[in-house]
Design a protein around this ligand. Structure first.
Ligand code: C2E
Ligand code: MG
Ligand code: MG
Ligand code: MG
Length: 275
């Protein structure tokens, strides 16, 4: 009654619980950066021809004080919605550049960048600053975008991507093949790398002609001069297939799960070093 006319309240208890959980997560997330609760894990990428680890993808984790480790799938969408992805994304890029400086010099680091980060005009300047502060050469930084970034076909987004590329930063199309018009996005910008979504790698074993898509994308990458990475490789059989179909790199649990920054050097010792 106190709410007055024209307003109403939810009395559906389930809905109320969901909204409260969401609000709590939001409040916690607003504190998480200052409380240093975020961490980066790194998943290695294997270059097939040389059999070397040529880089790692940075994947964020949130060590929540009550809930333990939270997957990015469970908080990145909310962070995007409420704009927190901008400061969180900045932390990711700066931390990833710092960490990569401790790796062998031939290795690069890939970061995932959300559409909302492209809407802020500070992205390029922030990346220049992260490179300068860490000392990481631009060519060792890679930016992964999904079709969400190109969906609006905004002139400024393309300009931002071109500016990054002029700096020497590499740009990858992530989750390729899952969007509405992956092919037309490939035409709109000269990507350095195509990451084939792991659903297609799964299809290798489960669908007749499952390898047709992988083969086609590997061929496409070759003709466009782009590296092609198969994501989510879990079995030796998948790896063998992918090799045959001509992808240049693989990433997946078979090579390694994402590993905590401190444990990466031990993992790298198990792989041959570059000449
Ligand atoms: P993504 O960029 O496509 O990253 C690959 C995801 O696949 C990671 O999940 C990785 O752990 C998982 N993966 C890798 N190999 C395998 C495999 O062999 N099998 C299976 N089943 N999964 C595999 P993760 O770490 O949970 O991240 C999920 C998504 O969250 C990422 O998808 C990315 O879109 C987003 N994300 C992660 N970190 C960040 C970040 O720092 N910023 C932003 N904006 N998004 C991020
Ligand atoms: Mg990615
Ligand atoms: Mg992906
Ligand atoms: Mg993804």
């Amino acid at each position: 009654k106190l709410d007055g006319r024209g307003t109403y309240r939810f009395f559906e208890p389930e809905m109320d619980a969901r909204m409260q959980a969401r609000r709590k997560l939001e409040l916690d997330m607003r504190q998480a950066l200052a409380r240093r609760e975020f961490q980066l894990h790194y998943q290695p990428q294997l270059h097939l021809e040389s059999d070397r680890i040529t880089g790692c993808e940075a994947l964020i984790r949130w060590r929540h004080p009550e809930r333990g480790m939270i997957s990015p799938l469970d908080f990145i969408p909310l962070a995007e919605e409420i704009g927190l992805i901008v400061p969180i994304g900045e932390w990711v890029i700066r931390q990833a550049c710092r960490d990569a400086m401790t790796w062998p010099a031939h290795m690069s680091v890939a970061v995932n960048v959300s559409p909302a980060q492209f809407k802020s005009d500070r992205l390029v300047e922030m990346i220049i600053s992260a490179l300068a502060t860490s000392g990481l050469p631009a060519r060792r930084l890679e930016v992964e975008i999904t079709e969400g970034v190109l969906l609006q076909q905004n002139e400024r987004t393309l300009q931002t991507l071109h500016r990054l590329r002029e700096l020497g930063v590499r740009v990858s199309m992530d989750d390729f093949g899952t969007g509405y018009s992956s092919l037309s996005y490939l035409q709109s910008f000269p990507f350095d790398k195509i990451k084939i979504d792991r659903s297609f790698v799964k299809d290798l074993a489960t669908k007749p002609d499952g390898e047709a898509i992988i083969r086609a994308v590997a061929g496409l990458g070759k003709s466009l001069g782009m590296t092609t990475v198969a994501e989510g490789v879990e079995t030796p059989e998948q790896l063998q297939r992918i090799r045959l179909e001509g992808c240049t790199d693989v990433q997946g649990y078979l090579i390694s799960k994402p590993i905590a920054a401190d444990d990466l050097s031990a993992f790298l010792m198990t792989y041959p070093l570059p000449n």
